[in-house]
Design a protein around this ligand. Structure first.
Ligand SMILES: [Mg+2]
Length: 273
């Protein structure tokens, strides 16, 4: 496995002093393969087993995901495994949390702006003759989908202005996607989640593994921390044909979830000595 010099420094520090290490990992595309049905994206057993070997020895193992915490725990079967004591799952980009040590979920109420926008949506869609648009409540955001409407592109464009205005009224950010307008609560991303964990754990080494655009804020947060000299860091890209945005930011690129699982196994072996 080829690591950057900074990555090698971090690896050696983990092996020398595992108890000062914060290991963070994304879920989809990193612990679990990307599959057509997202409700069937089970974590790879070898990856979870290796994390189970690491969790008792490291300061903390944290899964940081855009999924709700409850769903990630279910798909990782984390609640069915012993000795995951230091593991936490940060769901919805850190808005929700599950701790293995206590088995408890923390799931705060959604930001009031999201609920208010949801309540106003039927009237907004009705005025535009788009009452059939599919509305998806994702707690931290609302998605308005036009893919299933007779004229998806026309409907998407007609919604742009009114939804931007609706977002502004409720303090949300409008984010257009592929035939979907998302109205998102601000201030929640994986970078914030990582900074929170670092404040909590005060590690000497930080590891992060990701595969997609949503992981960029986490990579940037870890790189900024490393630049201060406060920690050494190992950034892992779970490589795929679909996304290469993280390659330049990573210390090592491995071949998808299988490569990630092998890396966790190698690390667990090294830490076990
Ligand atoms: Mg992912």
């Amino acid at each position: 496995m080829e690591l950057t010099e900074a990555g090698r420094t971090a690896w050696d520090a983990i092996v020398a002093q595992p108890g000062t290490t914060l290991l963070c990992t994304d879920f989809d595309g990193v612990l679990s393969p990307i599959v057509d049905d997202p409700t069937a994206a089970w974590a790879a057993e070898p990856a979870v087993a290796a994390l189970g070997r690491l969790a008792p020895r490291l300061a903390k193992v944290a899964v940081v995901t855009g999924r709700p915490a409850r769903q990630a725990v279910h798909l990782g079967r984390f609640d069915q495994r012993e000795r995951l004591g230091s593991m936490s799952v940060l769901g919805l980009y850190g808005f929700e949390r599950w701790d293995a040590a206590t088995g408890t979920f923390t799931e705060p109420d959604a930001p009031s702006g999201v609920a208010a926008a949801l309540a106003e949506l039927p009237a907004v869609l009705g005025r535009l003759g788009l009452a059939d648009a599919r509305v998806e409540d994702k707690r931290l955001s609302v998605g308005i989908h036009t893919r299933e409407l007779p004229d998806p592109t026309g409907a998407f464009e007609r919604l742009r202005g009114p939804l931007a205005a609706l977002a502004e009224r409720h303090g949300l950010h409008p984010e257009p996607g592929r035939f979907v307008h998302e109205l998102r609560a601000p201030g929640v991303d994986k970078g914030e989640a990582i900074r929170g964990l670092v404040d909590e754990v005060d590690p000497r080494v930080v590891v992060y593994a990701g595969d997609d655009l949503g992981d960029i804020p986490a990579f940037e947060a870890v790189r900024a921390l490393r630049a201060t000299g406060r920690v050494s860091a190992l950034l892992i890209c779970s490589g795929s044909d679909e996304q290469d945005a993280l390659v330049q930011l990573a210390d090592v690129v491995v071949a998808g979830p299988e490569g990630v699982a092998r890396l966790w196994e190698e690390l667990a072996d090294a830490v076990a000595g």
